[in-house]
Design a protein around this ligand. Sequence first.
Ligand SMILES: C[S@@+](CC[C@H](N)C(=O)[O-])C[C@H]1O[C@@H](n2cnc3c(N)ncnc32)[C@H](O)[C@@H]1O
Length: 214
Amino acid sequence: MKLLQGNCIELLKEVGDNSIDLIVTDPPYGLDKYGVKNDRDIWAYKLSDYYRVLKDNSWIALYSSIKEIGNVIKEIETLGFVYEWQHITYINNGMVRGRLGFNKYMVCLIFRKGVSKIKKQICDIKVVSTSSKRRNAIKHPTPKYTEAIEDIIKNLSKEGDLVLDCFMGSGSTGIACNNLNRNFIGMELDEGYFKLSKQRIDDALHENTEVEEK
Ligand SMILES: C[S@@+](CC[C@H](N)C(=O)[O-])C[C@H]1O[C@@H](n2cnc3c(N)ncnc32)[C@H](O)[C@@H]1O
């Protein structure tokens, strides 16, 4: 596990060409609300380094706001990727109140670089449950569900592969990688969120080590 604090625009320059097996990331959505930091526009879907660092015939999975899906697909395809699928997290008992109703799902868009193959077929909807205890335990405004990220990682990579998340937030992708024996590079700009993700990933590593020792 390699965890880096800083601006991924700079940090990505240090990552080698064709060195990453899978990118799973959750960039700032361009919504600039709910107190989410560094989230003014969809600049984070325009980084040409995604294409450079990813190995040929591999996958990139990016969470997106529903509002920006069209623009995100356009920007990512402009980089050279081809849109292939989407993976939905359906939060069984979740209820984010919108103006017209309640929002209960999140979308992750999946693109390929070349003729990428899948490792394991999965369903395109992952049903998860939440609780106020779980929500309050993670001190980040937009944590994703580790079990949903695990499905995506199983689908698109194999054990021992190197996964990159350059917008790590609270570290959910790193925890999923740890649980599935993938190597991981995580980047996060905010010092507080970086410490949080490091702590969560360390805790997950420790838990798994304890399980193995029994
Ligand atoms: C949508 S959140 C990611 C949430 C994450 N998937 C999780 O489960 O916690 C996006 C994160 O990107 C970080 N970020 C914004 N700009 C960045 C940059 N230039 N470099 C690295 N991280 C950045 C934000 O601080 C925020 O924590």
